[in-house]
Design a protein around this ligand. Structure first.
Ligand code: SF4
Length: 365
């Protein structure tokens, strides 16, 4: 699964820069502002890929998950996919990505066929049948250096770029990633960043909101506004692990019930929170596409570092990753709630009740 923004309702959105939540706004900006009549090709992708290669090739990387989830009527995307023949009992993200791809003006879709989603290969086959250009990217299950090198080198060859320009883009994007790391630190150390803001800035790093320069400006404005804030005084510090939520109001709900998410696992991984020298090292340290045991190691270290009271493990309906909960819940050593979501919607009454009970239990400890 890729990364996921949702359009927080304006009245709930704590950001000072609400337009940045709208990915479509960025798409328009990108194609009109920068290019003096030359519109760069957009390349869609199904989860984080080495975007340095795409930027080096002068393309605009587009995370298709965001196009889906930020659409004003995201559930229509699911309906369109089901009308095209996708089964009802299939993950909503796959259906949303399909519709985002076929409705868009992107030139090619990169499907991550190893290291992300068990459905990605079939999705790509459907897109090929639909007449779309596709490219397949694979992360090695064993985190082997020679395999990731092969994958990235092959991608560079496909897009006709050399290592020098890729490393120039890495330096540019790493500068922005360091700023996102500051936002994360100000979440769990200074306690002046909300659950949603932490989610938003990190999850946006998979495609830099289609325009790294604009996105960097937004982060700068946000960071500048922070010293004026009073620290949050929540009772419960939460971690959120698993793919980002399809619920549109989860973070607002938690913040308004005496809790705050000070760790968003996968979103943090999308922001590549490591100092790395090479592009290969960077995509080997990225824990999301590899085995659950590597992810657990990272999560456990963050639980300790961020002094978490409990963890929400979010899983998507019909996702193979639900099985991993069996392993995760034995390993973490803090109270954990398994939360399942299906379609883009506000929290339903049952889920709210489960969250309230979990928070109440944590509050009594
Ligand atoms: S099935 Fe799981 S991994 Fe695949 S897109 Fe859905 S949530 Fe992501």
């Amino acid at each position: 699964m890729g990364k996921y923004l949702f359009s927080n309702t304006p009245q709930n959105n704590p950001l000072t820069i609400p337009l940045t939540c709208n990915k479509l706004t960025y798409m328009k900006k990108t194609t009109t502002k920068k290019n003096n009549n030359v519109i760069p090709e957009k390349i869609g992708f199904t989860t984080s890929v080495p975007v340095e290669v795409l930027f080096a090739a002068g393309k605009v990387p587009v995370d298709l998950n965001n196009i889906f989830i930020n659409a004003p009527h995201a559930t229509d995307y699911i309906e369109q996919a089901e009308l095209a023949g996708f089964p009802r009992n299939m993950c909503a993200w796959i259906k949303g990505i399909y519709t985002a791809a076929v409705n868009s003006d992107i030139s090619e879709v990169i499907g991550v066929i190893q290291g992300d989603c068990s459905n990605a290969q079939a999705l790509m086959e459907v897109l090929i049948e639909h007449g779309m250009n596709t490219y397949h990217f694979a992360y090695p299950y064993d985190r082997g250096e020679s395999f990731i090198k092969l994958s990235i080198d092959k991608m560079m060859k496909h897009y006709g770029v050399g290592m020098k320009s890729v490393m120039e883009q890495k330096a540019r994007l790493d500068r922005i990633r360091r700023k996102i790391r500051k936002v994360d630190k100000m979440t769990h150390v200074d306690n002046i960043v909300s659950s949603f803001e932490n989610h938003y800035f990190q999850v946006s790093a998979s495609d830099f909101n289609l325009d790294p320069d604009n996105f960097e400006d937004d982060i700068d404005i946000f960071l500048k506004s922070l010293p004026e804030r009073e620290p949050f005084k929540e009772d419960i510090r939460l971690g959120y692990i698993g793919v980002p939520p399809i619920f549109t109001d989860l973070y607002d709900f938690l913040d308004s019930h005496g809790a705050r998410v000070v760790y968003n696992e996968v979103q943090q991984q999308f922001s590549m929170p490591y100092n790395t020298k090479t592009i290969y090292e960077q995509y080997l340290k990225f824990s999301y596409p590899y085995d659950i045991f590597g992810r657990i190691k990272v999560i456990k270290a963050e639980i300790k570092k961020r002094r978490l009271d409990g963890v929400i493990h979010y899983v998507q309906s019909f996702c193979f990753r639900q099985i991993e909960d069996l392993i995760v819940r034995k390993a973490l050593g803090v109270p954990m709630l398994l939360l399942e979501g299906d379609r883009p919607m506000r929290l339903d009454a049952r889920t709210k009740l489960r969250l309230e009970v979990f928070l109440e239990m944590l509050g009594k400890r």
